[in-house]
Design a binder for this molecule. Structure first.
Ligand code: PMV
Length: 289
C-alpha cells in the first residue's frame, strides 16, 4: 500500500494570458490531496475519470482511496493534485521507476485528455514540483520561494475552466482589437510583478491591476468581486481572481497581521477562507506499508 500527496495551486498572475503564450506565475499552496493505492486483483472501477486514466496509462490495476483538503471546481488545482498523487502512488506501489518529470508530463497528458484538450501544463507541473513557477508557452522555470502571505477566498460558485477559456477565445476571435491589448497588458503586469516580488505593496497593486484586466476579459463574477473588495477593505495589499474565474476562488496578498481579519471579511461575505502560504514540497510520499 502506498500513500502520496500533492498540493493545490493558485495563479498569482497571468491566468488566461498564459493560454496565449504570455508569462504566468503560479504557486503551490498548503492544502493537499492524499491518495492511497493498493495492489488488488479485483479493484472496483474508480468514479473519477482522472484516476481511471492514471491506471490505464500506467498499465496496472489497483484499488484507490482519496482524501482531499481541496474543493473540486474551485480553481485551486484539485484535479491536477489528484492526478499527480495517484500517478506517484501507483508508481511507488508497483515499483514502475518513473521519474518526477515523467509523472508531470503524464499528468498533463491526462488532464488534457479528460478536459478535451483544454489544459495548460501549469497545474500539473506546479503540483508535482511545488514552489513558485513561471510559465511562458511550453517553458517552465522554478523561481526562488517567497514567504507570501495569502488568503484564498472560495466563492463556492463552481466554475468550468473549459467554458471560461472558451469565453475568452470567443472574445479574442470576435474583437481581437480589444482582447489582444488586454492580454498583452496582463503579460506586462506579470513581468512588473516579477520585478517587485519582494515588495508586497507593489505586488498587491499588480494584483489589483491584473484583476481589473480579468474583469475586462469577461471572467469576473459578482461573488468574486464581492470577496475581492472585502479583502482589500479589510487590509489586504491587493486581491484578484485566481484561475479561470466565473466564480471559483480569489486570492488576497496580506500583511501577516491582517490575515485573520481578511479571512473574517471573506467569510462574512459567504466565501470560504483558507489562510495559506507557499508549499515548496510538491508531490510527497506519505506512507508505504
Ligand atoms: O481554473 P484553473 O485554476 O485551473 O485555472 C485555469 C487557468 C487558465 O489560464 C484560464 C487556463 C490554463 O489552462 O492555464
Amino acid at each position: 500500500m502506498a500513500t502520496w500527496s500533492a498540493p493545490g495551486k493558485v495563479f498569482l498572475f497571468g491566468e488566461h494570458a498564459v493560454v496565449y503564450g504570455k508569462p504566468g506565475v503560479a504557486m503551490a499552496i498548503k492544502p493537499r490531496v492524499f491518495v492511497t493505492v493498493r495492489k488488488s486483483r479485483n479493484p472496483t472501477r474508480p468514479r473519477s475519470p482522472y484516476i481511471n486514466e492514471c491506471f490505464r496509462r500506467m498499465g496496472v490495476r489497483g484499488s484507490v482511496y482519496v482524501h482531499s483538503q481541496l474543493q473540486s471546481s474551485s480553481g485551486l488545482g484539485s484535479s491536477a493534485a489528484v492526478t499527480v498523487a495517484t500517478l506517484c502512488a501507483i508508481n511507488d506501489e508497483f515499483g514502475l521507476g518513473r521519474t518526477r518529470e515523467d509523472i508531470a508530463d503524464m499528468a498533463f497528458a491526462i488532464e488534457k485528455k479528460v478536459q478535451k484538450g483544454r489544459a495548460s501544463p501549469t497545474d500539473t507541473y506546479v503540483s508535482t514540483s511545488g514552489g513558485i513557477v513561471l510559465i511562458t508557452g511550453n517553458s517552465k522555470r522554478r523561481l526562488p520561494p517567497q514567504g507570501l502571505q495569502i488568503v484564498v477566498g472560495n466563492t463556492m460558485v463552481p466554475h468550468s475552466t473549459a467554458k471560461m477559456v472558451e469565453l475568452v477565445g470567443n472574445l479574442q476571435k470576435k474583437h481581437p482589437e480589444i482582447a489582444n491589448p488586454i492580454l498583452d497588458a496582463i503579460g506586462a503586469v506579470t513581468l512588473a510583478a516579477l520585478h517587485n516580488i519582494n515588495h508586497p505593496r507593489e505586488l498587491g497593486r499588480c494584483m489589483d491591476m491584473n484583476n481589473a484586466l480579468l474583469e475586462a476579459l469577461g471572467v469576473g463574477h459578482p461573488a468574486s468581486s464581492k470577496l475581492v473588495l472585502a479583502a482589500r477593505a479589510s487590509g489586504a495589499y491587493g486581491a484578484k481572481i485566481t484561475g479561470a474565474g466565473g466564480g471559483g476562488s480569489i486570492i488576497a496578498l496580506c500583511p501577516r497581521r491582517a490575515k485573520s481579519r481578511v479571512a473574517g471579511a471573506i467569510e462574512a461575505c459567504e466565501g470560504k477562507a483558507i489562510i495559506t502560504t507557499i508549499d515548496t514540497d510538491g508531490a510527497r510520499k506519505e506512507k508505504h506499508d
